[in-house]
Design a protein around this ligand. Sequence first.
Ligand code: HEM
Length: 260
Amino acid sequence: MDFIRDFAIPFPVTIVLDLLGLPVERMDEFLGWEHNLLHTSIPEDRRNAIITLKQYLLEEIEKREKNPTDDLISNALNMEAEGRKWTKEEVFGHCFNLFIGGLDTVTANLGFHFHHLATHLDDQQQLREDPAKIELAVMEFMRAYAAVTTIRICNKETKIHGVTIKPGERVAMSTPLGSNDPEAFDNPTEVRLDRRPVHLSFGHGIHRCLGAHLARRELKVAMKDMLTELPEFRLKPGFEVPYLMSNVMHIQELPLVWDA
Ligand code: HEM
């Protein structure tokens, strides 16, 4: 199977679309917008994707203002902050974050985690023999294969390690680097299934990932069920894994093989 196409994309994406109350039949179109938003270096494509997504979400919000349902977009319309209901712009911002946050991050992590299992058969064997170990193993995979780089705009001149960051400048914070810091983790490039790391892969502070619980659950269920359903799997011999370097790093194709 191509694990990405056949599982890592449809499994988490259908769940998020279902939660948002958006049509699963349009999954490929939504993923196209997501790709242009996060993974292209062509400014025009990025701009068009933002405009298209914004217009679409605003229409969906308006539909639910008239006819509320039990999905997360309708739920956002009842949210309150500082003693008042969220403004339309705030509801839109929240839905936008859920859409871009939820659509490809779990796919990215599934790709890395299953690549590890397909190339480290002893770890795969350990988790098959004792599925109770999956809980901690997923934490360690999240650390070792952190995928997201977050961006902030500096609002106050700040000096870090002799580097001055001026107001208005953008700062990229790479969770892959933070999660592999040798001052924080002993021998960080080594994957230890029982390490129990405190990692940064879901971000840090007030904007820490809202979908972290859902994401962790999906990653654990996927690993448990795949190890139960499939015999020992390996990476297709000779296959060179394509990596996409971006705000959210990805493995774009992952052919897995097993003996019938
Ligand atoms: C393994 C999967 C995931 C990873 C690695 C991940 C990572 C992150 C990171 C690093 C941030 C912080 C962004 C920042 O500080 O600028 C974030 C925020 C966020 N994530 Fe996730 N995420 C994952 C899954 C999800 C899912 C499944 C959803 C939704 C269903 C989601 C929704 C969000 C939202 C709404 C925010 C914004 C929170 C805020 O700004 O207050 N994420 N995520």
